[in-house]
Design a protein around this ligand. Sequence first.
Ligand SMILES: [Zn+2]
Length: 87
Amino acid sequence: MVLGWMFTGRVVIAVGRYTSLRLIDSPKSVREALCVAQQSMLLRDDPRLMIYIDKVSRLIDECDRNRPLGPDGSHGDRHTATCGCEW
Ligand SMILES: [Zn+2]
């Protein structure tokens, strides 16, 4: 469970209940990679993967909390302190 994220430059740190993850990419690129992973698991149509699909979904949600998207899927000017944009 991710409790919060910190963004410094190109480094995103996901702080969870049990550990912290240091990610070298922005929330946008992390989200893109998670979506590819989720789609790959969905295409396998294996019910045993549902627990991982759910976990990846929660991570994608956390990316969206840090870098909100609009109804058209674009970030636009919905900047946050942790979205990763240079504004
Ligand atoms: Zn932004």
